[in-house]
Design a protein around this ligand. Structure first.
Ligand SMILES: [Zn+2]
Length: 246
């Protein structure tokens, strides 16, 4: 397979995983935890899981989720495990996946595809695009979409960055001092990294006033048209285009 063919195969895998997830949502909505796993004939229970979020217990047809997860996180974990099952059951998808990736890269790709499918299941790309058309790249969409669809702000950020394009960044800071809670896209600082007090984004929180315009990110990357706002002690950022973020 040439590099171009492999790239096309990988892109088509993503597309088909999204379609699989969307079809599952249409068939089983509303996706309460019971209905989420019921669609594949499974039940679910919470248990102490060392170092992982969830797993499929095939013999008892049960999805086990880590006991310490909040409701939104638990739904995402259930959807992720359901995606594992759906991909396993799809012979063609599975064989293309093995053609497109191998070894450790295959494992990583599978996890990423299950996250992609879970996000599409719970927060449809069509709803994200509609919200962006109505509101523009407004960072309030991060908390609004999370609340409206019962997902975490991290999932809403992934979906928004995905809908805005490959150079887009979505990020949320919080705590004292301000640290990065989650960021997706080029130029995203490391999770947990501290934002200096004199940074523009720290001033957005201190003043409560939004910032709209160019922004130099702590990573050194530059966003020509960033939009940041503060809410409940957090700072939310959406930037449709980031330059020099790697
Ligand atoms: Zn997984």
């Amino acid at each position: 397979m040439t590099a171009a063919e492999r790239w096309r195969l990988r892109a088509s895998l993503e597309e088909r995983v999204r379609e699989l997830a969307a079809a599952y949502r249409h068939a089983h909505a509303p996706l309460t935890p019971d209905r989420l796993v019921g669609g594949i004939g499974y039940r679910w229970r919470a248990a102490a899981l060392a170092g992982r979020d969830g797993l499929l217990e095939r013999r008892s047809r049960t999805v086990v989720v880590a006991a310490d997860q909040a409701a939104a996180r638990r739904r995402f974990t259930l959807a992720h495990e359901v995606m594992h099952h759906l991909i396993e059951q799809d012979g063609e998808l599975l064989s293309d996946l093995h053609e497109a990736y191998e070894g450790a890269a295959l494992e990583r790709a599978l996890e990423r595809l299950c996250n992609l499918g879970a996000a599409e299941m719970l927060l449809p790309a069509s709803a994200v695009r509609r919200a962006l058309v109505e509101a523009g790249p407004n960072p309030r969409l991060i908390w609004e979409l999370a609340e409206r669809h019962g997902v975490s702000e991290a999932v809403a950020g992934i979906a928004l960055a995905g809908a805005l394009g490959p150079r887009a960044l979505a990020a949320v800071w919080g705590g004292r001092p301000l640290v990065l809670y989650h960021g997706h896209g080029p130029g995203a600082p490391a999770r947990g990294s501290v934002l200096p007090d004199d940074h523009l984004l720290a001033q957005v929180r201190a003043s409560g006033l939004p910032h709209r315009g160019p922004l130099r990110l702590p990573s050194g990357a530059h966003a020509p048209s960033a939009w940041a706002r503060a809410r409940a002690g957090r700072v939310y950022l959406l930037a449709p285009e980031v330059e020099g973020g790697g």
